[in-house]
Design a protein around this ligand. Structure first.
Ligand SMILES: *Cc1c(COP(=O)(O)O)cnc(C)c1O
Length: 374
């Protein structure tokens, strides 16, 4: 009997029953409305805002265009303080707006932008802070807001890893001037590709909606050099279906993380991220940090070993954004200036977590993590 090696990836989208999606497609076919704020778009926008507990949300084609548009909406220019420990799109969104990124180091525990280091990076050109809720864990939003208030800076959160995350019952999306979400296939909540911008007042929502649609404010009125970052009807229909099932998906993610935590507590040299007090997490990723000396194997060796066994983990985030050629010449990107991020990028490994992952596969991964480390 040949032994079949099944491949397990770090994530896999959770899909609603196909029949439900086919029903939606039939409706779209009959209506012949494919995009431009059709009925599915309108309904999804409303139901999503209700689910997330936010006042205003604008749907977009993806998270990257949402970031680019959010910076335009607030007319951010000059320099923006951001984290090197994220997906490249965070910093690329600044580049596309001709803004200079200024990298600030992360907190080694949470991997989020360290608020204690923000003030030292402020210059007369600084206009905003662009932090990321890394792995969906909330940033220190109060301290960031305090600094932003003192220096008159805007705050845009890259919330692409969060979905339904709350702190003492308050949605994390309600902090900052704007928050940006991604509904890419690899995220907790997916509309194939997709994204959103969360804001807190009607005038801002109106401006964002203009910018998403070429700057059109009426049939013949263009009020800004907007872009086309609209979400289409098929994406919105998918989003509505996902909303029906998301609570189950989130519950299953929670179970998987509990199982990993239970099994991995006694593995020396593997640090797991803990839940923050009062926070309802979404577990978009489950990172472990490999201390080579204590664990007896490097992160990269472990990554390769798991891969050979059909388990494709991801090193989120390696390399750091500040190490890519288009950013490494910046002063704030110089080696040694971001020690916590430089350490984390060499140690992190994100383990598979997604609703369809079975307990048996988790046990198998755990066993691989425990075995033959020297
Ligand atoms: C996924 C992601 C993005 C980009 O979102 P897309 O929808 O893929 O364009 C931006 N920032 C972070 C932190 C992400 O994880």
């Amino acid at each position: 009997m040949s032994k079949e090696t099944k491949t397990t990836y770090v994530t896999q989208p959770a899909l609603p029953p196909l029949e439900e999606f086919v029903e939606s497609l039939k409706t779209i076919w009959e209506s012949r409305i494919l995009t431009n704020k059709g009925p599915f778009h309108k309904r999804f926008e409303k139901e999503l805002a209700d689910y997330l507990g936010v006042k205003f949300i604008s749907l977009t084609a993806n998270g990257t265009l949402a970031l680019v548009t959010a910076l335009q909406a607030l007319r951010i220019t000059g320099e923006v303080i951001t984290t090197p420990y994220s997906f490249v799109a965070t910093t690329h969104s600044l580049w596309w707006n001709n803004i200079k990124p200024v990298f600030v180091d992360i907190d080694p525990e949470t991997c989020n932008l360290d608020p204690g280091r923000i003030e030292a990076a402020i210059t007369p050109h600084t206009t905003a802070i662009l932090p990321v809720h890394v792995y969906g864990n909330p940033c220190d939003v109060n301290q960031i807001q305090e600094i932003a208030g003192i220096y008159g800076l805007k705050v845009i959160y890259d919330a692409c890893h969060t979905f339904g995350v709350t702190m003492d019952g308050v949605p994390v999306l309600n902090f900052g001037d704007l928050s940006v979400m991604s509904f890419h296939a690899t995220k907790t909540f997916s509309t194939f590709e997709g994204g959103a911008i969360v804001c807190h007042d009607e005038a801002m929502k109106k401006r964002i909606d203009f910018l998403i649609n070429f700057g059109f404010a009426g049939e013949t009125t263009v009020v800004a050099p907007g872009i086309n970052s609209k979400m289409n009807e098929v994406q919105a229909a998918m989003g509505l279906l996902q909303l029906r099932h998301i609570d189950g998906y989130l519950a299953r993610r929670r179970q998987i993380v509990s199982l990993y935590r239970e099994r991995l507590t006694k593995v020396p040299g593997l640090r797991m991220m803990q839940d923050m007090p009062g926070v309802k997490h979404c577990y978009t990723y489950f990172p472990v940090f490999v201390n080579e000396g204590e664990y007896g194997m490097s992160r990269d060796a472990l990554y390769e070993k798991l891969k050979q066994n059909g388990i494709y983990c991801r090193r989120y985030f390696y390399p750091l954004i500040s190490q890519f050629p288009m950013y490494r010449g910046l002063e704030s990107a110089q080696p040694g200036r971001l020690p916590a991020a430089e350490k984390a990028t060499g140690e992190v490994l994100c383990l598979p977590v997604y609703p369809d992952l079975t307990d048996a596969t988790v046990e198998h991964i755990v066993e691989l993590l425990q075995r033959d480390r020297t």
